[in-house]
Design a protein around this ligand. Structure first.
Ligand code: NAD
Length: 378
C-alpha cells in the first residue's frame, strides 16, 4: 500500500499519492484558504494561473478563490464554462486552448480545475496537452470529484461515439478538496456521489462501511463535522487503487463495482433518467446478489440495507432485462465478448470475474428490482 495518511489537525487530512516512476502528489482535505500555502510548498511560483470552472461553481464559490489568489501574489485568469456533461467536449477544449494561448502561458503556468468531474476531466486534459503538459491543480467541488474523479490522473473528453473516448493520463500536482463547498450541491448530486462513497467502502474499507451504517442520517444531512473523515476515507480507497495500477491494467478495474449493470441501466433508461450514482446503486445490488452466490459469508443483509438506503428517484422495474443484457454486451468493459463483473469476496475486498451465467444475470436483476420498490422524489 503506497498511500499513507497523516492527520495534521482534526479537520485536515493529507494523503500522499505515489505513482510508479517517482511521481508523487498530495491529496489534501482542507479549506481552500490553504491553497496558496500548498502551491508554495509544491514549488509553484507566483505568477499567472488559469482557473477553469463552470457557471454554477463560479456563481457560488469563485469570488473568494480569486480574491485569495490575488492577495497572495497570483494573477488568475478565469474561464467560466456552461455546466453539465455536454461541456466535456471538443469545442470547450478548444475554448480553453484559445483563451490560454491568447492570454499567454508558459510551461509553469498552473491550470486550476475548479468544479466537478466534468471540469476536472476537461481542464485536466487541456493541462495534459497545452505546451505538452502544464501543472494541474484539482480543486474538486462535487462529492464524486472529491473522492474519485480528481484523483488518479484520468483526464479527457467525450466523443459523439461514446464517453471518455479521447483523453490522457495526467497526474495533478495537487488535489485540494474543501468539504465545505459540498454544502451547496443540489440534493440529487449529493446522493449520487454517496453511491460512489458506498462503493469505495464495499471494495476497500470496512471501517468506512461501518461509519456509513451508523451515521447514515448525518451522512445524508452532510453534517460538517463528519465530512472530512468521510471524504478522506473514500478518497483513500481510490488512492490505494491508482497508486498500484495507474493505467488500469488490472486492479483499477475494481473501481467499476456495480458499473456493468449501471452503464446498461443509464443507456436503456435514457441518459439523465437515473443519475450515474442511482444507476450504480442499482448495479451494486445486482453485483451483491452475484457475490453472495459465491461467497455466502458476506454480510449480505447489512450491505443490502445500506444499498437500499441510497435514494433512487425512479423504479428500475420498467426496464426490460433483454435490453439491459444487450446494452451490457456492447459496453467497452466487455472483453472478447465476455461480460466482466466486479464481485465482493468479503466486505472491503473485490475481484474481477467473467464467469457469470445468463440465469444468474436475470436473477441478479430481479433481486435489484425487488430491493428497490421505494423511490424518492427530489
Ligand atoms: P459535474 O461536474 O457535471 O457536476 C455536477 C453538477 O454540480 C454540475 O451542474 C455542476 O455545475 C454542479 N456543481 C459542482 N460543484 C458544485 C457545488 N459545490 N455547489 C453546487 N453545484 C455544484 O459532474 P460530477 O458528478 O462531479 O462528475 C461527473 C463526471 O466525472 C463525468 O463526466 C464522469 O465521466 C467523470 N468522472 C471521471 C473520473 C476520472 O477518473 N477522471 C471518475 C469518475 C467520474
Amino acid at each position: 500500500m503506497n498511500a499513507f495518511q497523516g492527520k495534521l489537525q482534526p479537520a485536515v487530512v493529507v494523503h500522499h499519492v505515489t505513482i510508479s516512476g517517482g511521481r508523487d502528489y498530495p491529496v489534501v482535505i482542507d479549506s481552500l484558504k490553504t491553497l496558496p500555502t500548498w502551491l508554495g510548498r509544491l514549488g509553484l511560483r507566483q505568477g499567472r494561473c488559469l482557473i477553469v470552472t463552470d457557471e454554477h461553481v463560479a456563481r457560488l464559490h469563485l469570488a473568494p478563490l480569486q480574491t485569495l489568489l490575488e492577495a497572495t501574489g497570483w494573477l488568475p485568469h478565469v474561464l467560466v464554462l456552461p455546466p453539465g456533461e455536454s461541456t466535456k467536449a471538443l469545442p470547450y477544449l478548444e475554448r480553453i486552448y484559445d483563451e490560454a494561448l491568447r492570454w499567454g502561458i508558459d510551461r509553469r503556468t498552473p491550470v486550476l480545475a475548479f468544479g466537478g468531474g466534468v471540469i476536472g476531466d476537461l481542464a485536466g486534459f487541456a493541462a495534459a496537452t497545452l505546451l505538452r503538459g502544464l501543472p494541474l491543480v484539482q480543486l474538486p467541488t462535487t462529492l464524486i470529484a472529491q473522492v474519485d474523479s480528481a484523483i488518479g490522473g484520468k483526464t479527457g473528453i467525450n466523443h459523439a461515439l461514446g464517453k471518455n473516448l479521447i483523453g490522457a493520463f495526467h497526474q495533478p500536482a495537487l488535489v485540494l478538496a474543501d468539504p465545505s463547498l459540498l454544502q451547496t450541491l443540489p440534493e440529487r448530486e449529493w446522493t449520487s456521489g454517496l453511491a460512489e462513497v458506498v462503493k469505495h467502502a464495499l471494495i476497500g474499507d470496512p471501517a468506512l462501511f461501518e461509519l456509513l451504517e451508523t451515521r447514515w442520517q448525518d451522512v445524508l444531512q452532510r453534517t460538517p463535522a463528519l465530512l472530512p473523515e468521510l471524504i478522506a476515507r473514500a478518497a483513500a480507497v481510490k488512492i490505494r487503487v491508482v497508486a498500484q495500477d495507474e493505467r488500469e491494467v488490472g486492479l483499477r478495474a475494481i473501481l467499476n463495482f456495480g458499473h456493468t449493470f449501471a452503464h446498461a441501466i443509464e443507456r436503456v433508461a435514457g441518459y439523465g433518467h437515473f443519475t450515474h450514482g442511482e444507476a450504480v446503486a442499482l448495479g451494486m445490488l445486482a453485483a451483491l446478489w452475484l457475490s453472495h452466490q459465491r461467497h455466502p459469508d458476506l454480510p449480505f443483509d447489512r450491505i443490502r440495507t445500506l444499498l437500499q438506503r441510497l435514494p433512487v428517484s425512479a423504479s428500475p422495474a420498467p426496464l426490460n432485462f433483454e435490453a439491459l443484457r444487450e446494452a451490457m454486451q456492447v459496453d467497452k468493459k466487455t472483453l472478447a465478448g465476455r461480460l466482466r463483473f466486479v464481485l465482493l469476496r468479503r466486505l472491503g475486498e473485490a475481484y474481477l470475474t467473467d464467469k457469470v451465467t445468463e440465469a444468474e444475470l436475470q436473477a441478479a436483476w430481479r433481486f435489484a428490482c425487488e430491493s428497490r420498490r421505494t423511490v424518492v422524489s427530489f
